[in-house]
Ligand binder design. Sequence first.
Ligand SMILES: C[S@@+](CC[C@H](N)C(=O)[O-])C[C@H]1O[C@@H](n2cnc3c(N)ncnc32)[C@H](O)[C@@H]1O
Length: 380
Amino acid sequence: MNNTKLSTALTLNQKITLNITSLAHGGSGVGRYQDFVIFVPFTCPEDEVQVEITSLKKNYGEGRLVNIITASPHRTPPPCPVFGQCGGCQWQHIRYEEQLKQKQGIIESALKRTAREEGIEIRPIIPSPKVLHYRNRSEFQIEGSKIGFFERGSHSLVEFDQCYIADQKINLELKKLKGTGYLFSKKVKIYLNQDEMVRSLNLNSPGEDLGFSQVNTLQNKNIQDYLIKELSKPQKHNGQILDLYCGQGNFSFPLNDLGWRVRGVDSNAQGIQVANKAGRSGVTFSVGDVSCEVKKLLKKKEVFDVILMDPPRTGVDKNLLPLIHELQPETLIYISCNPTTFARDWERFKKISQYKIHTLQPFDMFPQTFHVELVAIAKK
Ligand SMILES: C[S@@+](CC[C@H](N)C(=O)[O-])C[C@H]1O[C@@H](n2cnc3c(N)ncnc32)[C@H](O)[C@@H]1O
């Protein structure tokens, strides 16, 4: 039951004292003022804080941290000097063990509130092998001779010497770029290629991108290994997997190595071009919208033992869910980077199908931020 109070006597700009009890999707700390929920960025569970009310909605409010009255034992000094100003990280002031605990809680609460699932066992989150300097790609904003990230909620640029979550090779390249007067673009992407070599790409228009790839290489490997362990070899000769939102075939290839035939679908033509370069037998890719492609597969009466879906943050296209139900795979795997849209999609899918979540494994792909990845495996 949601016991959030639906109205309050609070007023804008009022200063109040709050005890922060948890962290929410979005990164803010959560406190209650006479049962009315207030979200406060840059606070930490077990903080006692003075807060100024900045916005009031029907069933919650938002506040600005004015003063820490009693600091939580879960606090730690943020390593980055522009933390709080830059829009990249929300949780550098929180010890890593507490970040993990809170991510577990965010998933649990999304499932309870949105998908009305209470009994599912959520396995303990797998920590990221690196908690700083884990990102293999970053996009930096450029303004004249300045390079950096945008400030939180604005378009003013924050400059820095290094990004504490980007790989050190990216930071070295950033330093070089700053020194070369190369800055004629509006945006630059610096990334490590498959051989871990650093590259940079001017992003003057969206069409110049390379397609999606996972940002945390070591944690991505853990997810690939997890899928291999959970799925094991196909039980039937010719077992087939449909990999929807396949990107460059990040999961298609390891599953093909295991003996599965794989069909991959993604709407990004550049990503599929990269995937096709591998020229593997037993794996075929097509460029297109997932729902359109699945309709074609249904017409051809294709059979899939497993369907894997790894949609963007916005979740799965609503029209896709009834088509997945029609395909009737034995196993459905949903990889999500947003517990809120995952819970919404799972609630929608439960209404039209008889699948049950068998295992739910969170992975911390994005330390120092509120973002979390999860792999849900459902069976008929
Ligand atoms: C989170 S990424 C996952 C990519 C891949 N599974 C991986 O691990 O690298 C989501 C992918 O969905 C693709 N995408 C988004 N909307 C789509 C749609 N309607 N139909 C097909 N692909 C879509 C994007 O191009 C992107 O590659």
